[in-house]
Design a protein around this ligand. Sequence first.
Ligand code: CA
Length: 522
Amino acid sequence: MISRNSKSLSLVVWRFMVAVLLAFGICRGLTAADSRPNILFIFTDDHAAHALSCYGSKINQTPNLDRIANEGMLFQNCFCTNSICGPSRAVILTGKHSHLNGFLQNGNTFDGSQQTFPKLLQKVGYQTAMIGKWHLKTDPTGFDYWQVLIGQGPYYNPPMIENGNRVSHTGYTTDIITDIALDFLKNKRDSDKPFMMMYQHKAPHRNWQPGPKHLTMYDDVTIPEPENLFDDYSGRGTAAKTQDMSIEKTMTPNDLKLNPPRNLTPEQLAIWNAAYDPKNKAFEEANLEGKELVRWKYQRYIKDYLRCVASVDDNVGRVLDYLDESGLADNTIVIYSSDQGFYLGDHGWFDKRFMYEESYRMPFMVRWPGKVPAGSVNSDLLSNLDFAETFLDIAGADIPDDMQGRSIVPLLEGQRPNDWYKSLYYHYYEFFGDRKTAHMVRRHYGVRTDRYKLIHFYNLDEWELYDLQNDPREMLSVYGDSQYASIQKDLTAEVKRLQEKYQVPDDRGSVPKNPPSLQPRP
Ligand code: CA
């Protein structure tokens, strides 16, 4: 009996062990099936490619951001379909142009019930997170975890919304957003699922308030000026002449840090004043005028901008280091981009909006270990319309037919499809006619090929044409020049073809205005 009992006991133990081993094996099998790569989308606000050393910056160094390019692929010709904050984000989420996703200009309200790539990634088993600057007015949808700034959010001590609940923070926002992102990776990640995390900074958006570690960086140097800092716009039409975004005329005392930020703690304010009081005193005593005053404003602006970029670079370094230390780096695709570019004194400007190169181009680098050869460079045309499709392709998910871009995975694999883009469509809407609009940039649409750009400021009915090979700074429109007659004809037809392809409405001059809501957030 004893023997039989112990035999049956052995059998029970054996069966139990087999069951455990099987379960373990199934789990391992599941893990293997879920070896799809993680996606870390690092995104900033207004970081121009020409302020990244991997893009050949003449004014700063970005060693940590350069790691992504040096270990992956740098895209030289990634552009924004509508070069302004909220609209760029809405295009990225939906894979649709502004007129279809409904977010035409800042102040619109994003319809979070529509299809977005994070929702589709959730459906195929990804854990999704959104951390940092969201800027689409409605709460994020399609994320398992989110913690976002309220609207633009301040550079210091930001209140944030975490999965619907208000939370407060003390410190520098770029550091805080990174701390939250690292906390997600360390403590909130579901290790049974691949993750897609959008890690999105406010920096280096206006008004460029540096963090405590960088307040005196660049104090002892003079940053080189762009050659067209004193552009007189004589080679272009009404739009360039009537904007309100010049370093000379538009910058405010707050932009220029003649006043400290209002929401600092006493300790933060003491550190701030120790850095800026001596600089502001020297400025007052110098009593500058004319071009010398513009030059001083440029230095003050660009140094603060680059100080904000330096903090982003340090913090991205912290995240990349953690990916290495944790072993996540091997199976995590790291992407760096910014919602559009920015004028860094180019044409005498700051801000964005125009289809001219400096704000039209987006930095875009992708590190994909084992897939993308280190240090590769791609010069094909692409845009933020292609990001959603790319992320879905990476995850092995279906790309819906109503998305308007295409996956760049073939480019990452070194295979350029024969029917790849030969031109890109652009459309900027934020101008309200007789009503004062931020920066007063006229509505325009246009098309860019590898060499030429045609722009139509349609409320003015003024056209501009640029030969980017001969005139990379876009100082002289050649529209109407007989030498370019056939180019002009081809591009005019091309922009019309793209408007039909993308279903741009004919009544684009009277698109709904959706003025910013005056209702405060509850
Ligand atoms: Ca922006």
